[in-house]
Design a binder for this molecule. Structure first.
Ligand SMILES: Cc1cc2nc3c(=O)[nH]c(=O)nc-3n(C[C@H](O)[C@H](O)[C@H](O)COP(=O)(O)OP(=O)(O)OC[C@H]3O[C@@H](n4cnc5c(N)ncnc54)[C@H](O)[C@@H]3O)c2cc1C
Length: 425
């Protein structure tokens, strides 16, 4: 073990572990590394750590999700398998226990989201910072890592102030969204400078701007359990069932956010507004209800299928049907037009909200070049990655913070050679 910040004259300051980034992944890694007996330095670019953590869950911090960890794996797009070892060795239950043991209780919402009982992200950060301080982790804020070079069987880490040497360097600099929090993509540059491939990055957990969005007046209207399908020309891209919210310019809500990693400008998002009914079933139900509706007003029939009146009004306007029309008034073309808009309403994607508004980044350090069992680079011994800088992004619901924390812990445990699960950190 190296004494913290040990430095001989003319030599670089030396630590067992240097971590770039004081977000949840970096702080968990630092804490766990320090508890295992290492001297640890966290270099944080911003004046204080955890700025993104503080805005997470609108400041309430949805830190993880309830349930079996095996069920988590479907919540990281195609990359759940990579996340498995990290999540298994530091699970959602471990995370909850960690905070409980330090006096911060967690509560689970009916849908499974887990929050601190105080509903304050600041309390989560305070526990982490207090634990790091008690364990002797050195944290240098306002000291961005500017570069890193392989040297003497370790890494020379350059900052604006000085340079450090460490046999273990952890890149935990986050993604590239919400750059005002400090996560502006530096980790990709650092990793690339060491020869790592970076897959294409883009905004994810991102609202969608719709071309000529027809319902700006309904902004704020929310829907539960809708079937949503994404098409690219005639190709089916993905589908989801989830809640949707209209914004002034398009679509948001978990049902869209969770598949936004797959959505590109020009795609069509098809929504079945009949709750819980897939397109085909919804179309049949609309046809049957309209044909059998007689003198009942069309809007009333649609209400019976679960559509809010204000949406029905907008939707009938688009289909060219007068508001007060009864089912008996409708010809076949009108019935088809209504059924299409209820069961498979098309929205053309103009854009995704940009890096400044999206919650996470898709893409990042190529997972083929990182060992999922250790978080160590396959290119350089002693180089590790943790958190969002990797090409992995989770759904809404606490999956991103869980992976950030778990991957930070795994990196530290690998460095310490602690293969077996321990009660730590
Ligand atoms: C508005 C919003 C709400 C969110 N809500 C949730 C939620 O409720 N639940 C959930 O699971 N996820 C949520 N997320 C996502 C989650 O916050 C991130 O996935 C998570 O913070 C990633 O942790 P990280 O440690 O990998 O990176 P970050 O938290 O981004 O931390 C990286 C740190 O590295 C620092 N850094 C960057 N470059 C350098 C450098 N060159 N040198 C030194 N330091 C550097 C940054 O300043 C930053 O402090 C939300 C994100 C946003 C933007």
């Amino acid at each position: 073990m190296t004494c913290a910040g040990m430095q001989m004259e003319g030599e670089l300051e030396e630590y067992d572990i240097v971590v770039a980034g004081g977000g949840p992944s970096g702080l968990f890694c630092a804490l766990c590394g320090s508890k295992a007996g290492n001297s640890v330095l966290v270099l944080e670019k911003m004046p204080s750590c955890g700025k993104k953590l503080l805005v997470s869950g609108t400041g309430q911090c949805n830190i993880t999700h309830d349930g079996e960890i095996s069920l988590f794996l479907t919540h990281y797009g195609a990359h759940g398998r990579f996340a498995k070892p990290a999540l298994m060795q530091f699970s959602n239950h471990d995370l909850v226990r960690f905070f409980h043991a330090r006096g911060l209780e967690m509560v689970t919402e009916p849908g499974g989201k887990v929050f601190p009982s105080t509903r304050r992200a600041g309390d989560v950060l305070a526990v982490l910072l207090r634990e790091c301080a008690c364990s002797g982790v050195d944290i240098h804020c306002n000291e961005p890592v500017l570069g890193v070079a392989v040297s003497r069987g370790g890494f020379e880490v350059k900052t604006k102030r000085t340079a450090y040497f460490s046999p273990h360097f952890v890149i935990a600099t986050g993604g590239a969204t919400y750059p005002a929090t400090g996560s502006s993509g530096d980790g990709y540059t650092l990793a690339a400078s060491l020869g790592h491939r970076i897959t294409e990055i883009g905004p994810a957990l991102s609202a969608v701007r719709v071309k000529e969005f027809p319902y700006p007046d309904l902004a704020g209207m929310s829907f539960e359990g809708l079937h949503i399908t994404v098409m690219r020309q005639e190709k089916h891209i993905c589908r989801n069932k989830g809640d949707l919210i209209f914004t002034h310019h398009g679509l948001s809500g978990p049902g869209v956010l969770d598949i936004s990693r797959y959505i590109r400008p020009g795609d069509r998002i098809m929504v079945s507004f009949a709750p819980s009914r897939e397109a085909e079933e919804a179309a049949k139900a609309v046809h049957a209800a309209l044909v059998g509706g007689g003198r009942v007003q069309v809007a009333k029939v649609l209400r019976g299928l679960g559509l809010p009146d204000r949406l029905s009004k907008g939707l009938l306007d688009l289909a060219g049907v007068a508001g007060g029309a009864t089912c008996a008034h409708l010809g076949k073309d009108a019935r088809n037009a209504i059924a299409l808009r209820v069961s498979s309403h098309p929205f053309e994607v103009e854009a995704l909200s940009g890096f400044d508004r999206a919650m996470v980044t898709r893409g990042g350090v190529d997972l083929d070049e990182v060992n999922p069992k250790t978080m160590e680079s396959r290119l350089h011994r002693g180089l590790y990655f943790a958190g969002e800088v990797l090409d992995i992004d989770g759904d809404t619901g606490g999956y991103n913070l869980q992976f950030a924390c778990a991957s930070g812990v795994l990196a530290a445990r690998s460095i310490a050679g602690v293969a077996k699960k321990r009660g730590l950190p």
